[in-house]
Design a binder for this molecule. Sequence first.
Ligand code: CDP
Ligand code: MG
Length: 735
Amino acid sequence: GKDSAADYVEVDDLEKVPQAEQKKWEKDQMASAVFKFGAKDAVKKDEYELLLEDQIQFIQALQIPGIKDEKKEPELTESQKKKLSIEETKKSLPVFPFKDDLIQAVREHQILIIEGETGSGKTTQIPQYLHEAGFTKDNKKIGCTQPRRVAAMSVAARVAQEMGVKLGNEVGYAIRFEDCTSERTVIKYMTDGTLHSEFLSEPDLASYSVMIIDEAHERTLHTDILFGLVKDIARFRPDLKLLISSATLDVAKFSEFFDDAPMFQIPGRRFPVDIYYTKAPEADYVDACVVSVLQIHVTQALGDILVFLTGQDEIETCQELLQDRLRRLGSKVKELLILPVYANLPSDMQAKIFEPTPPGARKVVLATNIAETSLTIDNIIYVIDPGFAKQNHFNSRTGMESLMVVPISKASANQRAGRAGRVAAGKCFRLYTAWSYKHELEDNTIPEIQRINLGNAVLMLKALGINDLVHFDFLDPPPHETLVLALEQLYALGALNHHGELTKLGRRMAEFPVDPMMAKMLLASEKYKCAEEVVSICAMLSVNGAIFYRPKDKIIHADTARKNFNHPGGDHLSLLNVYNQWRDSDYSTQWCYENFIQYRSMKRARDVREQIVGLMQRVEIEMVSNPSETVDIRKAITAGYFYHIARLSKGGSYKTVKHNQTVTIHPNSSLFEELPRWVLYHELVFTTKEFMRQIVEIESKWLLEVAPHYYKQKELEDSTNKKMPKTVGRSTRTD
Ligand code: CDP
Ligand code: MG
């Protein structure tokens, strides 16, 4: 859009700007930028100078006249000049000179806190060093947790390659619904959530000699709980070595928590990064990213660009816009390779981001937060940071959890900027004002444990026999209300009894590495005799990635194809239709293509489904099918998700039953135009308002059937009825 580009000179106009004119603009821009900064944003002069001291250059960087043309090529680093062999690359990493010291330190101390700049080689090298030093003798493994799935997979692949072994043999990974390890595995990467599940079957982690809790600074819920669990285990397993590894952020806190464990610092190598801010806030940051990428590409010396976006949708939009504009520019500009990175990226695409950029070309990586610290992409010189990330937020007052795009913290912004200075001096373009950075961003990101629903974590801890959660050893304790709410929810689901102890149902629920609501829905399928269908629905809901494919030039066809799958009962049943028809086509690729369905997502749904079927067998639920009884299928769903109920209110919006919050059906839903009286939603997504995504129509009386202790008849009376005299109300009902 024109809106966000208003403050820019469009790339297309670039060639029309005469040299002298450009010089003049450059001067004016500098002057007006400084002026604006001083006056409009009311920052005092000494503060401004302080900022300057901090090496923050306040110029209107994104306006072409303000930024110098720097076509001369940057000094190449050793690794860029020639393609280094694997051995040479390993030796070039900052951690390498400390190899012996590190091994020594691990031998001497049971717990060690490791701190080092992102990209120093902590994740890929340390497990290899310890393996070489003999820590994997006697059939013991080295484990290393990662908060992100993509990181676990890609790091394992890299290490397997470095060691010259096949992925899944000596080096493997395990993520939810996927285990790529074998008897021979000695180095195992896994998500922090997966290690949680392992605790259930191996509470003392007996098969491990070393456990590395990596990316500790990310402070995910699972990582935070692992801190407490491994600290406890270390006491009665003196032979287990614990490494807590973190990027350069507040590591003293970790040391303190682990009884003043020694800190091992890997000195970083970091080149200076110049930071540029926009003069005014950007209305449309995706568009601003596109413009900025092109401006860098046209005016700046070669070097790859990293753009931080919030999710797959945004990345795809940005990619399309970029491709479109590049096409229009044609051969006027050098080659620009566009590479996306996000959680659900298929593994063949993952490898591509690590391939070196061909000579003369430039690479732009469009990434989510994953590239902030979890994944290091070499040779990034420019970073574009719109300042947002997607986060889960739980409101303990309303009991609603929702995914929303929020401003990042200063700590995050600085990590992002740091990505530009790993191989040479770099530049970071922040698509927000210096004032906002200074005054609006929080210092640190709030740890997940303090802002999300704890149902899953509490169920897991209860299953491990940890009953007193209030006194559990938390690095930062969760808010009391959130803990209480989680206990209440588990009680309502039947997972806990009124003493707060795990019930038989709760024990079965804990077998599933999913949200307690989904676990309950799976178990309820036994009663409603529709396990086959419910398992398929769970698999489809767990895919995350887009199921439907909607290419720009075929929107009408794609939407028609999608409508053909619509089930009047709602989205869960529409998804079931998609899965069943795909299965009937014998899992055909061609079928997906013809029906505008993403084959990759379906393939993943099939894998996930297989895993869930395995777990269903473990809890001894028979896989029976009942395809025509969609009422029973919906009752099973309701048995799990009775917390997520909303009823139609005025103007086509909905109100949640328990807390009377306003929510709306997502336009992508098959029920968008139907407006059923009662709906159950799978999740809430906050963009412009709270949207319910994936909904089914239900009948209010089912709630009394599946959750009699949670709902009372009175709450479920229809408000439209309540206002009218009883007799009239009854006769005017149309349904
Ligand atoms: O964990 P830390 O951030 O300290 O560094 P790392 O992830 O071990 O990365 C060390 C080096 O390995 C970097 O230069 C990465 O680019 C490289 N690497 C890679 O080439 N392919 C991967 N899948 C992961 C890392
Ligand atoms: Mg790492």
